[in-house]
Design a protein around this ligand. Structure first.
Ligand code: NAP
Length: 510
């Protein structure tokens, strides 16, 4: 197996030491230092490109989580005492450093999770934009003045409502946007003067360690951000830790539920799984709808929470729509993600490819027609089109997280809505139509956090708030919205009666 050499820039050399085989062994980041774990155990990061180990990472244990949380708690005063403008400047400086090393970040994203190298820079750009828009987050840290005049109980008093940091934020991220998603938690948390303990996915830990390094170089005070790497149980330990004030978690619904069970009495922000139904009405621009549904399903090999993962098309236009889909799918070449012409790379692991393929096979067994693709090899799953998918197939209801376009014909708008609203998920949906009133009717009836009209859903940098209902999560993420989740309100009530500013009550009528 051909080894994949990371070859990172010099600013990242403090993060690792090489083992006897020359493999970099990355350290944890606690208290502003790059540290080895107490028992020095490590785990391997395997690239889905060819299954080879690209790095090892120090495997933290629960006592290291405790150390990281206590360090974060004891260091919070350092970020709290910084003027907001200084916090913003750290973010802007981080953006500058990342831009200078954008190739390192793009490369590591491709190596760790297999995204085509043509697409990985998009995540890095989103990251620098998110950092540069820090001002928009910081402006949300304000309060309210509430006059007590109008109520008998509060006459003579006023209240000021402050937004204060929750304390230590536990930020737990998934593999599919390994640097942007954790950053979208860390940035608002720090701007809100919280300290952070972050845990990346075990598939993609190096990207987040590199982000931590750039924040460190930009002047973030020691101990304010800590990164622990290791298995899911570390996430659970963060969720359960009494000194953690909030958990911001992005990942699967199943793990999100476990996090919620352990994060008792904490702020919870959960961005969980989705099942993106695209509803194609009979008046839609079918070529546009097909192009967007194909891109929405295949981008990032379908490993997007906001992916289009089920198309519900009006039966009167289904044949024409499907022929456009088949034409566009041909443009999505599966291959080695290091090749700039590849549009669909491997899934995160061979196990992920097998899981997706079992959903495809289940649909075919239950009567779906396989029009393209349908098989997998190692971590690579072919872009796949399934037509006439019956409601009994698991792929109609379960998150796919793979490059599959399942299509179902529906009788009319109501039938499409009946299917989409039966879903346990409620993250994103798309509607393709040129009829204003039908668009509104369908968009209002869909029970999801975000509906996209005439495009595929994409959360992107978070200009528009997004988040789930039902089993897709709690809370909203986005610029200016995430920070609201990370602040607690504190009310300070002033009695003005001693100053003679109390109110005289209206005499009671007999
Ligand atoms: P995952 O398996 O749920 O893992 C997410 C994170 O949780 C990882 O860091 C994982 O660590 C950790 N973890 C595992 N078990 C845990 C536990 N018991 N307690 C606390 N943390 C635990 O998700 P994934 O496969 O990485 O990501 C794909 C999922 O994320 C999909 O369902 C997708 O829809 C969802 N997602 C949602 C959004 C959104 O905005 N709603 C965005 C992106 C992704 P290990 O890797 O070490 O196991």
């Amino acid at each position: 197996m051909e080894p994949i050499n990371l070859q990172l820039s010099r600013i990242f050399t403090d993060l690792y030491e090489e083992d006897e085989e020359g493999l970099p062994v990355f350290k944890a980041f606690i208290g502003g230092s790059w540290v080895e774990t107490s028992d020095r155990s490590t785990f391997k990061v395997q690239s889905p490109i060819n299954g080879s180990a690209i790095a090892k990472v120090q495997k933290c244990n629960v006592s290291e989580v405790d150390k990281a949380v206590i360090t974060a708690r004891d260091s919070q005063h350092k970020i709290r005492s910084l003027a907001a403008i200084d916090r913003i400047e750290i973010m802007e400086e981080t953006a500058r450093i990342i831009k200078q090393h954008a190739d390192d970040f793009a490369k590591i994203i491709t190596y760790e999770m297999g995204r085509p190298i043509a697409d990985s820079p998009g995540e890095v750009n989103a990251l620098t934009e998110r950092l540069r828009l820090s001002m928009e987050d910081a402006r949300m840290i304000s309060g309210e003045y509430i006059p007590g005049d109008w109520s008998p109980d509060t006459a003579g008093k006023i209240a000021i409502v402050l937004r204060e940091p929750v304390g230590v934020v536990g930020a737990i991220g998934p593999f599919n946007y390994p640097v942007f998603i954790p950053a979208a938690k860390i940035i608002p948390a720090l701007l809100g003067a919280n300290s952070v303990v972050a845990k990346p996915s075990s598939n993609t830990p190096v990207s987040l360690l590199m982000l931590a390094r750039t924040l460190q170089l930009a002047g973030l005070p020691d101990g304010v951000l800590n990164v622990v790497c290791g298995p899911g149980e570390l996430g659970r330990a963060i969720a359960a830790h009494p000194e953690v004030g909030m958990i911001s978690f992005t990942g699967s619904t199943e793990v999100g539920k476990d996090v919620a069970r352990h994060a008792v009495n904490k702020r919870l922000h959960l961005e969980l799984g989705g099942k993106g139904y695209a509803v194609v009405l009979d008046d839609a621009d079918l070529e546009l709808a097909a192009k967007k549904c194909v891109e929405g399903s295949l981008k990032n090999a379908g490993q997007r929470c906001d992916a289009v993962s089920m198309v519900l098309v009006d039966k009167s236009v289904a044949e024409q729509f499907v022929s456009h889909v088949l034409r566009f799918v041909e443009e999505w070449r599966l291959g080695d993600p290091r090749d700039p012409s590849t549009r669909v790379g491997p899934l995160v692991s061979e196990a992920a490819a097998r899981r997706v393929n079992s959903m495809v096979l289940d649909a075919v067994e239950k009567g779906a027609e396989l029009l393209a693709g349908g098989s997998c090899q190692a971590a690579y799953h072919q872009p796949t089109v399934l037509n006439h998918v019956p409601e009994t197939a698991a792929i109609v209801w379960e998150e796919t997280f793979g490059p599959v376009i399942p299509i179902m014909e529906v009788e009319n708008d109501s039938h499409a809505l009946a299917v989409a609203t039966r879903s346990k998920y409620g993250l994103d949906a798309a509607v393709f139509t040129n009829d204003f009133y039908r668009m509104w009717k369908v968009a209002k009836a869909l029970r999801v956090g975000e509906v996209t009209i005439n495009d595929f859903p994409r959360h992107g940098v978070g200009f528009f708030p997004f988040g789930g209902v039902k089993e897709s999560g709690i809370g909203r993420e986005g610029i200016g919205y995430s920070i609201e989740e990370m602040m607690v309100l504190k009310t300070i009530v002033f009695n003005l009666e001693p100053a003679g500013l109390g109110k005289v009550r209206r005499p009671k009528m007999d």
